[in-house]
Write a protein that binds this ligand. Structure first.
Ligand SMILES: CC(C)(COP(=O)(O)OP(=O)(O)OC[C@H]1O[C@@H](n2cnc3c(N)ncnc32)[C@H](O)[C@@H]1OP(=O)(O)O)[C@@H](O)C(=O)NCCC(=O)NCCS
Length: 169
Protein backbone atom coordinates (compact mmCIF):
# COMPACT_ATOMS: atom_id res chain seq x y z
CA UNK A 1 0.00 0.00 0.00
CA UNK A 2 1.46 3.40 -0.96
CA UNK A 3 1.02 6.63 1.02
CA UNK A 4 -2.27 8.32 1.93
CA UNK A 5 -3.30 10.39 -1.10
CA UNK A 6 -5.14 13.12 0.86
CA UNK A 7 -3.60 16.23 2.36
CA UNK A 8 -4.49 19.79 3.25
CA UNK A 9 -3.83 21.35 -0.12
CA UNK A 10 -6.45 22.49 -2.59
CA UNK A 11 -7.55 20.30 -5.50
CA UNK A 12 -9.09 21.29 -8.80
CA UNK A 13 -11.69 18.77 -9.97
CA UNK A 14 -13.54 18.21 -13.22
CA UNK A 15 -16.04 20.94 -14.09
CA UNK A 16 -19.73 20.35 -13.39
CA UNK A 17 -22.34 19.91 -16.15
CA UNK A 18 -22.67 23.69 -16.47
CA UNK A 19 -18.93 24.01 -17.08
CA UNK A 20 -18.36 25.63 -13.69
CA UNK A 21 -15.01 25.15 -11.94
CA UNK A 22 -15.28 22.65 -9.06
CA UNK A 23 -12.57 22.60 -6.42
CA UNK A 24 -11.76 21.46 -2.91
CA UNK A 25 -9.95 23.34 -0.17
CA UNK A 26 -9.18 22.40 3.43
CA UNK A 27 -12.20 23.30 5.60
CA UNK A 28 -11.35 25.91 8.23
CA UNK A 29 -12.82 25.76 11.77
CA UNK A 30 -14.87 28.89 11.14
CA UNK A 31 -16.29 27.47 7.88
CA UNK A 32 -17.10 24.21 9.72
CA UNK A 33 -19.07 26.06 12.40
CA UNK A 34 -21.12 28.08 9.91
CA UNK A 35 -21.78 25.13 7.60
CA UNK A 36 -22.86 22.91 10.51
CA UNK A 37 -25.69 25.38 11.30
CA UNK A 38 -26.93 25.07 7.72
CA UNK A 39 -26.48 21.29 7.45
CA UNK A 40 -28.54 20.66 10.60
CA UNK A 41 -31.53 22.00 8.58
CA UNK A 42 -30.98 19.56 5.70
CA UNK A 43 -32.00 15.88 5.52
CA UNK A 44 -30.73 13.33 6.43
CA UNK A 45 -29.16 15.22 9.36
CA UNK A 46 -32.37 17.14 10.14
CA UNK A 47 -34.48 13.98 10.35
CA UNK A 48 -31.79 12.29 12.46
CA UNK A 49 -31.93 15.23 14.87
CA UNK A 50 -28.24 16.01 14.48
CA UNK A 51 -27.39 19.27 16.24
CA UNK A 52 -25.04 21.85 14.69
CA UNK A 53 -22.56 20.97 17.45
CA UNK A 54 -22.65 17.26 16.59
CA UNK A 55 -22.20 18.00 12.89
CA UNK A 56 -19.38 20.42 13.58
CA UNK A 57 -17.65 17.63 15.51
CA UNK A 58 -17.64 15.48 12.38
CA UNK A 59 -16.59 18.32 10.09
CA UNK A 60 -13.62 19.21 12.29
CA UNK A 61 -12.01 15.77 12.47
CA UNK A 62 -9.24 15.42 15.01
CA UNK A 63 -6.10 13.46 14.29
CA UNK A 64 -3.98 12.76 11.26
CA UNK A 65 -6.24 10.19 9.54
CA UNK A 66 -9.17 12.41 8.57
CA UNK A 67 -9.58 15.23 6.06
CA UNK A 68 -12.36 17.79 5.67
CA UNK A 69 -12.75 19.68 2.42
CA UNK A 70 -14.96 22.54 1.43
CA UNK A 71 -16.47 21.88 -2.00
CA UNK A 72 -16.27 25.05 -4.08
CA UNK A 73 -18.05 25.92 -7.29
CA UNK A 74 -16.57 28.95 -9.01
CA UNK A 75 -14.87 29.62 -5.68
CA UNK A 76 -18.14 29.75 -3.70
CA UNK A 77 -19.09 27.38 -0.85
CA UNK A 78 -21.08 24.54 -2.41
CA UNK A 79 -20.75 21.67 0.07
CA UNK A 80 -18.48 19.60 2.20
CA UNK A 81 -16.79 16.20 2.11
CA UNK A 82 -15.07 14.45 5.03
CA UNK A 83 -12.83 11.42 4.49
CA UNK A 84 -11.17 8.95 6.83
CA UNK A 85 -8.35 6.64 5.78
CA UNK A 86 -7.16 4.03 6.20
CA UNK A 87 -10.54 2.56 7.11
CA UNK A 88 -11.24 -1.17 6.48
CA UNK A 89 -8.45 -1.31 3.88
CA UNK A 90 -9.98 1.65 2.14
CA UNK A 91 -11.34 5.17 2.46
CA UNK A 92 -14.49 6.00 4.43
CA UNK A 93 -16.66 8.77 3.03
CA UNK A 94 -17.64 10.06 6.46
CA UNK A 95 -19.74 13.07 5.40
CA UNK A 96 -20.90 14.26 2.00
CA UNK A 97 -23.20 17.12 1.13
CA UNK A 98 -23.65 19.34 -1.89
CA UNK A 99 -25.76 22.30 -0.78
CA UNK A 100 -29.30 22.26 -2.26
CA UNK A 101 -28.71 25.21 -4.61
CA UNK A 102 -25.82 23.30 -6.22
CA UNK A 103 -27.39 19.82 -6.34
CA UNK A 104 -28.20 18.03 -9.58
CA UNK A 105 -25.46 19.66 -11.69
CA UNK A 106 -22.80 16.98 -11.45
CA UNK A 107 -20.85 18.53 -8.57
CA UNK A 108 -21.25 15.38 -6.46
CA UNK A 109 -20.24 13.19 -9.40
CA UNK A 110 -17.11 15.27 -9.89
CA UNK A 111 -16.20 14.80 -6.21
CA UNK A 112 -16.84 11.03 -6.35
CA UNK A 113 -14.70 10.64 -9.48
CA UNK A 114 -11.87 12.57 -7.79
CA UNK A 115 -12.26 10.44 -4.66
CA UNK A 116 -12.03 7.25 -6.70
CA UNK A 117 -8.95 8.44 -8.61
CA UNK A 118 -7.13 9.53 -5.45
CA UNK A 119 -8.22 6.53 -3.36
CA UNK A 120 -7.26 4.07 -6.08
CA UNK A 121 -3.62 5.12 -5.75
CA UNK A 122 -3.46 3.57 -2.28
CA UNK A 123 -6.62 1.58 -1.51
CA UNK A 124 -9.01 -0.98 -2.94
CA UNK A 125 -12.24 0.15 -1.31
CA UNK A 126 -14.43 3.19 -0.73
CA UNK A 127 -17.00 2.88 2.05
CA UNK A 128 -20.02 5.01 2.88
CA UNK A 129 -22.98 4.82 5.28
CA UNK A 130 -26.32 6.20 4.23
CA UNK A 131 -29.56 6.35 6.19
CA UNK A 132 -32.05 3.72 5.03
CA UNK A 133 -34.73 6.42 4.61
CA UNK A 134 -32.41 8.41 2.32
CA UNK A 135 -33.38 6.39 -0.74
CA UNK A 136 -32.14 9.00 -3.23
CA UNK A 137 -28.67 8.90 -1.72
CA UNK A 138 -28.56 5.07 -1.77
CA UNK A 139 -29.68 5.10 -5.43
CA UNK A 140 -27.07 7.76 -6.14
CA UNK A 141 -24.27 5.68 -4.65
CA UNK A 142 -25.52 2.57 -6.49
CA UNK A 143 -25.38 4.50 -9.76
CA UNK A 144 -21.74 5.28 -8.92
CA UNK A 145 -20.88 1.60 -8.41
CA UNK A 146 -21.46 1.15 -4.67
CA UNK A 147 -23.24 -1.96 -3.37
CA UNK A 148 -24.94 -2.44 -0.03
CA UNK A 149 -23.02 -4.79 2.25
CA UNK A 150 -24.81 -4.45 5.58
CA UNK A 151 -27.71 -2.88 7.42
CA UNK A 152 -26.62 -1.27 10.67
CA UNK A 153 -29.71 -1.12 12.85
CA UNK A 154 -30.31 1.86 15.15
CA UNK A 155 -26.76 3.10 14.54
CA UNK A 156 -27.26 6.85 14.95
CA UNK A 157 -30.72 6.97 16.53
CA UNK A 158 -33.18 4.32 17.69
CA UNK A 159 -35.53 3.30 14.89
CA UNK A 160 -33.36 4.54 12.00
CA UNK A 161 -31.07 2.10 10.19
CA UNK A 162 -27.92 2.93 8.25
CA UNK A 163 -26.80 1.08 5.14
CA UNK A 164 -23.09 0.38 4.80
CA UNK A 165 -22.11 0.51 1.12
CA UNK A 166 -18.86 -0.44 -0.57
CA UNK A 167 -17.24 0.34 -3.88
CA UNK A 168 -14.31 -1.83 -4.93
CA UNK A 169 -11.77 0.14 -6.91
C1 LIG B 1 -26.25 13.09 -2.73
C2 LIG B 1 -25.54 14.37 -3.18
C3 LIG B 1 -24.19 14.51 -2.48
C4 LIG B 1 -25.30 14.28 -4.68
O1 LIG B 1 -24.66 15.48 -5.13
P1 LIG B 1 -25.20 16.23 -6.45
O2 LIG B 1 -24.19 17.25 -6.82
O3 LIG B 1 -26.60 16.65 -6.22
O4 LIG B 1 -25.18 15.01 -7.47
P2 LIG B 1 -25.02 15.01 -9.05
O5 LIG B 1 -25.44 16.32 -9.61
O6 LIG B 1 -23.70 14.44 -9.36
O7 LIG B 1 -26.09 13.91 -9.45
C5 LIG B 1 -27.47 14.22 -9.38
C6 LIG B 1 -28.22 12.99 -9.05
O8 LIG B 1 -28.35 12.95 -7.63
C7 LIG B 1 -29.68 12.65 -7.29
N1 LIG B 1 -30.09 13.71 -6.37
C8 LIG B 1 -30.50 14.93 -6.64
N2 LIG B 1 -30.85 15.58 -5.51
C9 LIG B 1 -30.61 14.71 -4.50
C10 LIG B 1 -30.76 14.76 -3.10
N3 LIG B 1 -31.26 15.85 -2.49
N4 LIG B 1 -30.37 13.70 -2.37
C11 LIG B 1 -29.90 12.61 -2.96
N5 LIG B 1 -29.76 12.49 -4.29
C12 LIG B 1 -30.11 13.53 -5.05
C13 LIG B 1 -30.52 12.63 -8.50
O9 LIG B 1 -30.99 11.32 -8.62
C14 LIG B 1 -29.59 12.98 -9.64
O10 LIG B 1 -29.64 11.98 -10.56
P3 LIG B 1 -29.56 12.33 -12.14
O11 LIG B 1 -28.16 12.86 -12.37
O12 LIG B 1 -29.81 11.02 -12.78
O13 LIG B 1 -30.59 13.37 -12.36
C15 LIG B 1 -26.39 15.63 -2.90
O14 LIG B 1 -27.58 15.53 -3.62
C16 LIG B 1 -26.66 15.86 -1.44
O15 LIG B 1 -25.84 16.42 -0.74
N6 LIG B 1 -27.86 15.44 -0.94
C17 LIG B 1 -28.30 15.73 0.41
C18 LIG B 1 -27.40 15.16 1.47
C19 LIG B 1 -27.18 13.68 1.31
O16 LIG B 1 -28.10 12.90 1.16
N7 LIG B 1 -25.89 13.30 1.37
C20 LIG B 1 -25.48 11.93 1.34
C21 LIG B 1 -25.50 11.41 2.73
S1 LIG B 1 -24.69 9.84 2.85
Amino acid sequence: MSGIPFNNRAFELEADRQGRVVGLSALTPSQAGKLAERLAQIDPWKRLGQTPQAIEGVLRPPGPSAWSYLIRVEGKQAGVVVLRAPWLLGVYLNFFCVLPEYQGSGVGASVLRWLERESGRAFGNIWVCTSAFNKRAAAYYRSHGFARVAKLEDLIVEGEDELLMRKRI
